[in-house]
Design a protein around this ligand. Structure first.
Ligand code: G3P
Ligand code: CA
Length: 241
């Protein structure tokens, strides 16, 4: 069965990368959530997509220049108001704590392509191990050096390189860096590529799939999973397969 991962939580309806978006994704029946992490200047792993807080919160500036305490005062529901309630930027700690109450899979995307975030891999891996979630977490990144580092440090945690272009026999590449899966942009996740990768033993989870015809194509191809803003739409379409 093709699994459904909610991109930044149920971000089609709820403010991205917030606890309400993750809880609503789980409540809706998603198999997994995808989230993005950055690092504060006092070393806390926080869940936010951009290097800056400007787009998604009522604050301004780089995440790396805030302490965790300062960052928590911001409202991450600024961009998409939910019941007029404030939503703080979650810490990864908070998400893993919540995961103890359910069975959801969590794809943590390390946003370390712009700033190197010294020690980010170590901190994420330590938290995942502390919570005994190594079999429910997938670490992904566009920074493939970081993917290699994660694999060397924690071979028990699944890793997945992200690709937006330039895919050539990615199943061989994935195997060579210890990754058990690939996360390509949906436009380059051709049906034949999915088939060959999966036969080779490499799972494929395209992102970000919001169009109905692409969802149908991926379900028909029995793709491992896909990442979508709208898990409810995806779950409804999956019922036909
Ligand atoms: O992890 C897949 C996808 O989230 C990567 O792109 O920019 O939405 O983080 P982006
Ligand atoms: Ca992401």
């Amino acid at each position: 069965m093709t699994l459904i991962f909610a991109h930044r939580g149920y971000s089609h309806l709820f403010p991205e990368n917030t606890m309400i978006a993750f809880k609503e994704a789980e409540y809706a029946g998603s198999d997994g959530i995808e989230l993005d992490v950055q690092l504060t200047n006092d070393g806390e792993i926080v869940v936010i997509h951009d290097e800056k807080v400007d787009r998604t919160t009522n604050g301004k500036g780089f995440v790396k220049d805030f302490t965790f305490k300062e960052l928590r005062k911001l409202d991450a529901s600024y961009q998409k108001k939910t019941f007029l309630k404030k939503e703080p930027i979650p810490s990864l700690f908070e998400v893993l704590e919540w995961m103890k109450t359910n069975h959801i899979i969590c794809n943590i995307e390390l946003k370390n392509g712009v700033f190197p975030y010294e020690g980010m891999e170590e901190k994420v891996i330590a938290l995942v191990r502390f919570y005994n979630m190594t079999d429910r977490v997938i670490l992904s990144s566009f920074n493939h050096y970081s993917i290699v580092k994660c694999y060397r440090m924690a071979p028990e945690i699944e890793t997945a390189p992200l690709f937006s272009e330039g895919l050539y026999m990615p199943w061989i590449y994935a195997e060579s860096i210890g990754a058990k899966s690939i996360h390509p942009k949906y436009t380059i996740a051709k049906t034949e590529l999915i088939k060959v990768s999966m036969e080779y033993g490499i799972a494929v989870r395209p992102y970000t799939v919001n169009k109905e015809n692409t969802m149908h194509r991926l379900f028909a191809a029995r793709c491992s999973a896909f990442i979508t803003d709208d898990p409810v739409k995806a779950i409804k379409i999956r019922e036909q397969y």
